[in-house]
Design a protein. Structure first.
Length: 399
């Protein structure tokens, strides 16, 4: 059967009268098609579309199969599909062929069309290096540079998204063993790291994490007959820990662990070439890509609901330059609101940094470039300083 397709969904949603919950739900869909005289690969893509449309119909929404355009990653066992609408993820549960009829059963995770107030201002993301927590686990297969490929995959996926026009990838790792335990995701150390990342790279969101586990194990399948022996399959884990830090508000907005496993088809002495597509087309390679794609989808959804911030990066001739421009969705019809960062004392804990809005006046956009905008400070004379934090506001006339 077809091994690999590129797949992302663009869809036109027609909401039915049935209400839906504010959380994601998994709905199963099924479709069949006779492929006599046709190419199985193209038929498979059509059947997947129809199965997804069937699941959406059952959930109370209607997605015509013609409205589902394939352009992302679909694998023989699992598909991770990222959308800006209701479909978050799709798993292909089964594919069967009988009498030249292909039947596909999918499991579709559907979420409300708008979980948060949408905004057209695009996000700026820093992707840091995902290191392997225990390098000794990489010995089998020589997967020592797996973290580099995972990091590149994250960066490529986000750079290909219209919601993230400004993505920076760095080789620096922000994680060490036990550094990012649950009790370490707050406090003075987190504030220091957030300030460093914001001042050094200027990105509001920082993606970081580590590969927790790539150990191997044997899976035994008991024989169905008395005279045959049990089957032993060598499988490998892949556990990925992902965080997203809002460097302006100095807090972690996303903290999720992903675990999958797949067959490991190589012997113990084989050195895998992770730059070769053959590895990424293996069961383990495809599983790793699917896991990363799932994380990309979840991170995109989490960041989409967060407010956007920028900074005043230059002052000259009474003009204030903000590091957001047309490439981030800013127009001359927009304005900015000033925020002041303050430290609040917390009982029996380090001080907590908060951003408070300055309600008086709005900062109008007087000139716009690709990466920067120039704003006026009418109504708040003397309040603006270099590196002050501002948030874009869309005027009603521009929405």
């Amino acid at each position: 059967m077809a091994s690999l397709f590129r797949c992302t969904l663009r869809l036109l949603l027609v909401l039915a009268c049935c209400p839906f919950a504010a959380y994601g739900e998994w709905v199963q869909g099924e479709a069949s098609l006779n492929f006599t005289g046709a190419d199985l690969a193209s038929v498979r893509a059509t059947v997947i579309k129809n199965a997804i449309a069937d699941a959406s119909y059952k959930s109370g929404s209607v997605i015509a199969a013609e409205d589902v355009l394939i352009d992302g990653l679909v694998l023989s066992s699992k598909a991770e599909l990222s959308t800006a609408g209701r479909i978050q993820r799709v798993e292909i549960l089964s594919e069967t062929v009988k009498d030249n009829v292909l039947t596909v059963v999918v499991n579709v995770n559907l979420t409300p069309l708008f979980d948060c107030k949408p905004q057209r201002f695009q996000k700026r993301l820093l992707v840091t290096h995902f290191a392997l927590l225990d390098p000794r686990q990489a010995a089998t297969g020589a997967l020592y540079n797996l973290g580099t490929h995972i990091t590149q995959r994250f960066a490529q996926q986000f750079k290909g998204s219209p919601e993230f026009p400004d993505v920076i990838q760095i080789a620096e790792s922000l994680t060490q063993p036990n550094m990012w335990a649950a009790d370490a995701l707050s406090g003075a150390d987190l504030q220091t790291k957030a300030t460093y990342l914001r001042d050094t790279y200027g990105q509001q969101f920082a993606l970081f994490g580590y590969i927790r586990d790539i150990s191997l194990f044997e899976q035994v399948s008991e024989s169905d007959t008395l005279f045959s022996s049990d089957e032993v399959a060598l499988r490998r884990n892949f556990t990925l820990q992902v965080f997203v830090l809002d460097t302006f508000r100095q807090r972690v907005i996303f903290d999720e662990s992903y675990h999958s496993e797949a067959d490991w088809p190589y012997d113990s002495h084989y050195r895998v070439d992770t730059s070769n597509s053959l590895f990424w087309r293996s069961d383990f390679g495809r599983m790793v890509l699917n896991t990363v794609n799932a994380a990309v989808s979840d991170v995109s959804s989490a960041i989409a609901c967060e407010p956007t911030f920028a900074r005043i990066v230059n002052i000259y001739n009474q003009q204030y330059v903000v590091d957001m421009g047309a490439s981030h969705g800013i127009t001359t019809q927009d304005s900015f609101q000033l925020y002041k960062q303050q430290s609040l004392p917390v009982l029996m804990a380090p001080t907590k940094s908060v951003m408070l809005p300055v309600e008086e006046g709005r900062l109008s956009v007087t000139h716009i470039g690709d990466e920067v905008s120039i704003i006026s400070n009418e109504g708040i004379e003397g309040a603006l300083q270099l590196f002050d934090i501002v948030a874009p506001i869309a005027r009603k006339s521009a929405q």
